[in-house]
Design a protein around this ligand. Structure first.
Ligand code: AP5
Ligand code: MG
Length: 191
């Protein structure tokens, strides 16, 4: 059975940082919808131009566009031992679509690991990263706040979706990167 993990959490929670560790340890494919959008923005593809109009304001890219893109990426890796979905699903519509899509491949999500970090710490991390990231959505405090608000209103409810399937695990996202990795490994190995 594939080890498919949803690595969940608010902006700046450490999803990307922890994904790097997980792909190495478990030999998984990392699919970050944010990273894929940014690569398209850099190449100025049609998708990138569309995505930029939402991302630079801190809004979500529409579900249909995001879901189709994600499916294409999954299909590029038929031999994968499993995927880390980082930043996806971000709405309940996306979560339902992911379940249905994986089912067509006789696959499913094993677990949702939700990194929990309080808002002040998120703001601090993102403002620090803004100095070096060049990300348009880090550039401005107001946009950072928009992303946090969108998370609270539209994305946090996705936890309930996985809770109902008994797949939800909360991970304390405060501490050193190593400490948090060890919490994640522990949670994966218990399941
Ligand atoms: P996305 O790229 O997913 O960004 P995000 O969710 O805002 O999160 P970040 O990537 O900023 O943070 P992260 O949790 O990966 O943390 P990181 O490891 O970098 O999405 C960007 C945008 O794309 C969205 O706003 C939306 O517009 C669009 N989008 C993406 N997916 C979408 C979807 N499914 N549907 C619709 N739209 C979508 O760490 C953050 C910082 O903290 C780093 O500087 C890091 O070094 C530092 N850090 C990490 N761990 C620690 C630690 N333990 N202690 C201290 N600092 C730490
Ligand atoms: Mg990230």
């Amino acid at each position: 059975m594939a080890l498919n993990i949803v690595l969940f959490g608010p902006p700046g929670a450490g999803k990307g940082t922890q994904s790097e560790r997980l792909i190495q340890k478990y030999g998984l494919i990392h699919l970050s919808t944010g990273d894929i959008f940014r690569a398209n923005m850099k190449e100025e593809t049609e998708l990138g131009i569309l995505a930029k109009s939402f991302i630079s304001k801190g809004h979500l890219v529409p579900d249909e566009v995001t879901i189709n893109m994600l499916k294409e990426e999954v299909l590029k890796h038929p031999e994968s031992k499993g995927f880390i979905f980082d930043g996806f699903p971000r709405t309940t519509v996306q979560a339902v679509a992911l379940d249905e899509f994986l089912a067509t491949m006789n696959s499913s999500i094993k677990v949702m690991l939700a990194l929990e970090v309080e808002e002040n710490e998120l703001r601090e991390r993102l403002m620090k990263r803004a100095l070096v990231s060049g990300r348009s959505d880090d550039a401005d405090e107001k946009i950072i706040q928009n992303r946090i608000n969108v998370y609270k209103n539209e994305t946090a409810p996705v936890k309930t979706f996985y809770e109902k399937q008994s797949k939800f695990i909360s991970i304390d996202g405060i501490g050193t990167i190593d400490e948090i990795s060890n919490r994640i490994y522990g949670a994966i190995e218990k399941n």
